[in-house]
Design a protein around this ligand. Structure first.
Ligand SMILES: [Zn+2]
Length: 94
């Protein structure tokens, strides 16, 4: 009978131990944060005026499930005007 209680205590102790140990392994390490910063700082090209600019400063617009970045709202609007006339281009990038 005491063996059962002992097993239970060991099990509870093990769970407590895991809880104490696991938080040290934080999912957001400094490396991951730096990687996110780098992605954020990437240069993208405006598809309308073909100017390069930092992605974080661009205006994001999703067209047909693809994200486009524009240097200004004016470029975005003009690009959308052009895209208004659908072209028969079925280029599936793989
Ligand atoms: Zn532009």
């Amino acid at each position: 009978m005491r063996l059962l209680i002992l097993c239970l205590l060991i099990y509870l102790g093990y769970r407590l131990f895991k809880k104490l140990v696991l938080p040290e392994q934080s999912p957001t390490t400094l490396e991951e944060q730096e990687a996110l910063m780098r992605v954020d700082d990437v240069m993208v090209k405006d598809p309308y005026c073909e100017t390069y600019f930092p992605k974080r400063k661009g205006i994001r617009k999703v067209i047909d499930g693809k994200a486009y970045y524009f240097c200004s709202t004016a470029c975005r609007d003009k690009y959308l005007e052009d895209a208004d006339h659908p072209k028969e281009s079925s280029s599936n990038e793989k």
